[in-house]
Design a protein around this ligand. Structure first.
Ligand SMILES: [Zn+2]
Length: 495
């Protein structure tokens, strides 16, 4: 499989979903809330933009850095071209457990007064194997210009010499390394301690089984190579410690992870709101941290609002809406987004909402090997626990794609699978009225409603959704309150 959307030029047609993309970009532009900073992991002054679709399956997020217009435009163009090309090539699929998939995730690798660095990682699955490739953009705030990766070093030839000298893996093809560097080495950044790292896309310089090949230069070689801009970039990168990088890259084995046994009365509650029973008390679900009267979903009509793919900047607006309405919700978050917006996630937890995980970076789990599935779940679980102090016990697989393997691994991690029963299709219909129509038509007691806080129009719809449901006599509860005691390894999607 040699498909590389990263390197192909867009040649797509103007099809209806493209309009969705344009609408999405316009929508993202309008979001202007800014979270409070917190310690060394202060949330950046960037917004997350997104494009997603269930058919064909793609999920792309990337940053908009307000005071770095050239950078933001370059990222817009790159992601749109990549997504357009993917959708043009794969069109509509029949879904299933091995549908083609494109995933683009981002990370701010440097952000200070002088330099911004953004790394995007793309993953393309086209029916047999996945292909991963990264690309890093460097922006010089002083000059207002994008700098090519070559601008980090004094001389491209010296970079090539240093990279070749640092390679000791016989599987790496040195001539391919040279030609990749001559073509511009798209992915150059720094390790946490400031050493220069050059990454080559999967399949580029070694067999696909090697994954993305990273060559890290030592301190002396890095210092000798860097240009003045490269030195500033290195300092900015060192000052931007990535949250969650200390999480184990090799997930603990199933034997060392004790699953929660919901039948065991001695098992302590594993997370807020997950203690089972139709309660709405201090264990979770109560917004604003206040005790509320019990809601017994066996006696009254209950529904659960759920929000996937965050946290993003706009999650803060959603939290204000939920607080004003005194409405609990359940958030299925991506580890990769929590890395960037930890304080927003902490706020979600403080307001008493339930938090489940939606994998690390939105991969279609059914196409992954067991080890990768575990990694996707356990890294997100650990990071949420690190930020909120509570270990999630619920997960929702991206695209709802799951199978017996996924459930087995989920069970070993103490995770119950939560699907949905009302799909608002808010990712497709980026407007309030169609979302309301889906809720109106789909609401029944015990149902789980799917929305996404990465779309501005979805957050816009929430006050009306809450009003509509309450007018029909529904009580809003968290997923764990709705389900009673969700059991690890079991799948839930109420009727
Ligand atoms: Zn999702």
């Amino acid at each position: 499989m040699r498909l590389s959307p990263h390197r192909r030029r867009y040649a797509g047609l103007l099809v209806p979903w493209l309009l969705v993309c344009v609408a999405a970009l316009a929508a993202c532009n309008a979001d202007a809330t800014s979270p409070e900073p917190r310690g060394k992991h202060a949330e950046p002054e960037v917004q997350t933009r997104s494009l997603s679709s269930n058919d064909p399956r793609f999920h792309a997020t990337w940053p908009h850095v307000r005071d770095a217009q050239r950078l933001s435009k370059a990222l817009d163009r790159y992601v749109k071209a990549t997504v357009d090309q993917f959708a043009h090539e794969y069109g509509e699929t029949d879904g299933g457990t091995s549908a083609p998939e494109l995933n683009i995730a981002w990370r701010l690798v440097a952000d200070d007064d002088e330099v911004v660095g953004v790394r995007l990682e793309s993953y393309l699955f086209a029916g047999a194997n996945g292909e991963t490739a990264g690309r890093t953009w460097w922006y010089d705030r002083a000059s207002g210009r994008l700098r090519a990766n070559a601008g980090l070093v004094r001389s491209p030839a010296a970079l090539e010499t240093a990279v070749l000298a640092a390679i000791d893996d016989p599987d790496i093809d040195r001539s391919l390394v040279s030609s990749s560097l001559e073509q511009g080495a798209p992915d150059v950044d720094f390790t946490d301690d400031g050493r220069l790292r050059v990454r080559f896309a999967q399949y580029d310089v070694a067999p696909g089984s090697a994954g993305v090949v990273a060559v890290v230069l030592d301190e002396a070689a890095t210092t000798a190579l860097l240009s003045p801009f490269g030195e500033r970039a290195r300092q900015a990168a060192i000052d931007q410690p990535p949250l969650g990088d200390d999480l184990p890259s090799v997930p603990p084995s199933p034997e060392t992870t004790a699953p929660t046994d919901p039948a065991d009365p001695t098992t302590p509650p594993a997370t807020d709101g997950a203690t089972g029973g139709a309660t709405d008390g201090a264990t979770g679900g109560a917004t604003g941290g206040t005790d509320k009267p019990r809601v017994n979903c066996r006696k009254v009509k209950c529904v659960a609002l759920t929000f996937d793919d965050g946290p993003v900047t706009d999650t803060n607006r959603l939290l204000r809406i939920l607080r004003r309405a005194d409405a609990p919700a359940t958030f299925f978050v991506l580890g990769q987004q929590v890395q960037t917006y930890p304080e927003t996630l902490a706020r979600v937890a403080r307001q008493g909402h339930e938090i489940g995980i939606h994998t690390w970076d939105h991969r279609q789990l059914t196409t992954l090997r067991p080890r990768a599935i575990r990694g996707e779940l356990v890294r997100a679980q650990l990071l949420v626990e690190q930020v909120t102090g509570h270990k999630p016990t619920l997960f929702r697989p991206p695209y709802g794609a799951s199978d017996a393997r996924v459930l087995r691994i989920a069970r070993s991690l103490g995770l119950a699978q939560v699907l949905w029963s009302v799909d608002t299709l808010d990712w497709k219909n980026r407007a309030v009225p169609p979302i309301l129509a889906k809720v109106r038509g789909g609401a029944r007691p015990g149902r789980i409603i799917l929305m996404h806080d990465i779309h501005r129009t979805s957050v816009d719809a929430v006050p009306k959704v809450i009003k509509l449901l309450r007018r029909q006599g529904y009580h809003l509860v968290t997923v764990s309150e709705l389900l009673g005691a969700p059991q690890p390894g079991r799948s839930y999607s109420q009727r």
